[in-house]
Every structure is written in C-alpha cells, then in structure tokens.
Design a protein around this ligand. Structure first.
Ligand code: GLY
Length: 264
C-alpha cells in the first residue's frame, strides 16, 4: 500500500557528526558556532530516540571533508524500493551524496539526477500518498521535475511548494506527524497551497524550529526539546511525545528529519 513505509520507519541511515562541524552552513537558526562535541551528544540522543521507537539505525562513519554531512536527508529520496540520489544544492555539500550512494547501492536501485538538476532531500515531504517538493534556493525546477517524473512512475502524486527566503528547506517549517496531519510554522508558507491537507497544526513562528517532527505509528512523535507551545499543541492533538535536545544541531540549521534517511 502506498505511503506505508514512511510511517513505519523500520530502518534508517544516519551519519556521525563531521570533525569539521564547526564549519557547517548556518544561516537561519545558528547563534553560535556549531560545536562538534555538543552535536555528538545530541546525535547520540537522537539515535537512541529512533531506536526506542523501533527504528534499526545504521550509523555511517563521519566525513571530515564535509561539515554538513550528518544531514543525510539531503542526499537521497526513497520512493519505495528505489533511491534518487540528489545533486546537492549548495556547492560546499557537493560530494556528500557519493558515500551515501555507495552504501545504499548494495541494497537498492539507484537513480542519479542529470547534472543540471539540483535538489536537497530536505525539500521533500511525504504527506500520505503525495510527495510535496519545495522549490527553494537548494532545489531548482530541473531537480524538482526530475524527481516528479520518478515519483509519478511509482504511482504517487506530487505537489510543488514555493519556499520563501525566510527558510532553508520545506522540512525546516513543516512535517507530517501522522497521516492526514501536518504541523507547520506560521509566517512562511502560503496556506492556500496546502488546502488538500486534512488537519494543519499551526505553531507560532517564534517556535518555527519545532515544526520539524518525526511521526511514528499510534500518534507517537519525536520533537525538539524546549518548545513548550508546540509540545502543548501536540499533546492537545493526542500525541505522545519524546523530545531530544537538538540545540547543537539547530546551530547548523539542521532539524530532526535532516539527520536520517528512512529506508523501510
Ligand atoms: N547546514 C545545513 C545546510 O545548510 O544544508
């Protein structure tokens, strides 16, 4: 049945924090230089939270040449059993995808994008049986159109979403905690583009970082620590919540979903 793998989250890959993490890109949330040791602590807690929710996590080795390489979500998009390997949208990140490709090619059919395509996986959100693709500073029309064709071949719908300059990726300001529901930070996206969504949980822009959550079956959700309005709203909507201190990851504009590619 379409849409099921994303909710089960049976297995995932992550990548350890790069020793050069202090040079990670940091434009939106970062107030301090990203700190390697603190980020390692958050990454460990993150992996433990995924495992506690039943995800079998493979941790790939750190890449010292690539400060942002823990953000594996951007390198690959899973469509059932096939993997689209991205052409990274920022020049400093080009090459991160190669090591992910090498790992995933052992088990999956790999599709590479043509050279003119740019796409960060952080611009892709799977809502029920529909892939939402953000057009952003990292994802160009060629990249979105290429992914669109591959998604349609697999029988899913696609919708394009315009990403404003106020945010990095589509996943930076919204996510899907359960089928039929999106959580979204106010003040970024045009709600008219989301009229197909059954239920939108809006959170204030002051807590926009918390709009990125990881939804599991039975209304369980992993959220970032220290966002009380978001926590309360999710509880009011019936979620049971696990939180992770993501502040060292936030310093490099990374969110919960950025740290994984969910495989099955
Ligand atoms: N620091 C994550 C990114 O800008 O891609």
């Amino acid at each position: 049945m379409p849409g099921v793998y994303d909710r089960k989250k049976n297995s995932a890959i992550t990548r350890s924090i790069s020793p050069s993490y202090s040079n990670a890109l940091s434009t939106y949330f970062g107030e301090q230089t990203p700190d390697f040791s603190m980020a390692e602590g958050s990454h460990n807690a993150y992996v433990a939270a995924l495992e506690a929710h039943g995800t079998d996590v493979t941790i790939l080795p750190p890449l010292s040449k690539y400060p942002d390489s823990c953000f594996v979500e951007d390198t690959a998009v899973m469509i059932d059993e096939k993997v689209i390997i991205s052409n990274m949208g920022h020049p400093s990140r080009i090459g991160e995808e190669v090591a992910v490709l090498e790992y995933l090619s052992k088990e999956y059919d790999i599709i590479r994008m043509p050279e003119k395509c740019k796409l960060d996986g952080g611009d892709v959100v799977f809502y029920d049986d529909c892939f939402l693709i953000g057009l952003s500073t990292r994802t160009n029309e060629e990249g979105a159109n290429f992914l669109n064709d591959e998604i349609k071949k697999s029988g899913y719908d696609v919708k394009y979403i315009k990403i404003p300059e106020s945010t990095l990726h589509l996943t930076t300001v919204c996510s899907t905690p359960r089928p039929g529901t999106m959580i979204m930070a106010e003040g970024h996206l045009n709600l008219e583009e989301f009229e197909f969504v059954e239920e939108i949980i809006k959170i204030p822009n002051s807590e926009s970082y918390a709009a990125n959550v990881l939804g599991y079956s039975n209304d369980r959700v992993i959220i970032a620590d220290d966002f009380p309005v978001t926590r309360r709203k999710l509880m009011e909507h019936g979620f049971s919540i696990t939180s992770v201190d993501m502040s060292p990851i936030m310093q490099a504009d990374g969110s919960l979903t950025c740290l994984s590619v969910f495989l099955k």
